[in-house]
Design a protein around this ligand. Sequence first.
Ligand SMILES: C[S@@+](CC[C@H](N)C(=O)[O-])C[C@H]1O[C@@H](n2cnc3c(N)ncnc32)[C@H](O)[C@@H]1O
Length: 320
Amino acid sequence: MWKRGVVIPGARMQRALEHPGTRRFSLTLLAGSDAAMRVQDEILLARLYNELVVAGRIHKTTRRNRFKGLDRIIVEVLGRELPDVPEIALHDVGASSGVTTLELWKTLLSVRPGRAHASDYYANMLLVRCEGHPLVVACDEEGAPLQFTLGEFVFSAGQRESLFRPCNRWLQARARARLPDVARVIAARKEGRTLPSGWSVEVVALWHPACRLAAAADARFTLGRHDVCAVMSPRWHFVRAMNVLNPGYFSPERQREAVRALAGSLLPGGLLLIGRTREEADSSNVATLFRASSAGLEAILDLRGGAENKELVLEAGKRS
Ligand SMILES: C[S@@+](CC[C@H](N)C(=O)[O-])C[C@H]1O[C@@H](n2cnc3c(N)ncnc32)[C@H](O)[C@@H]1O
């Protein structure tokens, strides 16, 4: 009839972590200014990130060691291609929690000096609450809802609750009914106006605690919000866009726009890695490494057959 979610740490949370099932984890577990620092449990973080589906279809799923072998290859190729650069500048776009950026940076540092920037367009989430009401709506920064927490119940904003759980379905519909109010609150916040009485918005950064600590400790590791399609001046020796420009996420036109922006952000001779992790198969990384030349992007290395959109990248990356 119904299924409760996990909304507070405790025995139920532990059981749900030990027995992976269909219980939803509330994104409010990331709330509170020091919560992300407290959430050191990788399994819990993975469950919370699985709840984050942005732009209606893009998962923020990532994990430690996703690119372990690949990182070493990249650092080796950078050594061959750019041997004389005193400090390598790398940018990881669509980095999600940034945990794989941190790993790449550390692999680079074990060999030569470098700095790294992890960026993501959905770097923050907003938790919208109304005083005296049990509903918390988690939204992206544009105000698109991601998840509802209503008392002990947790619902996806995008996916309808199953017909087999009529109580959940009914409560989800009630939560949805508040969306026009939430939209007004987010619009007021965006325009710098006073929020309607009783409403509040909490901003929660979605970086991994280890990344926040690294950024606080070392100025060579930075975190920021960036749209993969936004134009940047040439400033990077290496740019990585893994599991971002997936054909399932972006239309061919948006992919081309992103490739032009990424290619334009490379210094002469700089490298760009585009690819995808085949989660549906053996979790291998299919990717292509491109080099910025006077004619545009050229492919210099295919991994596991190369990026699925390699031809599109080559075509969009040509210099006119
Ligand atoms: C599947 S995750 C990939 C994370 C990491 N690169 C990895 O491979 O483990 C895709 C990421 O792309 C981000 N993203 C989606 N649209 C974006 C955009 N327009 N600009 C930058 N990042 C975007 C999402 O927020 C999400 O964190």
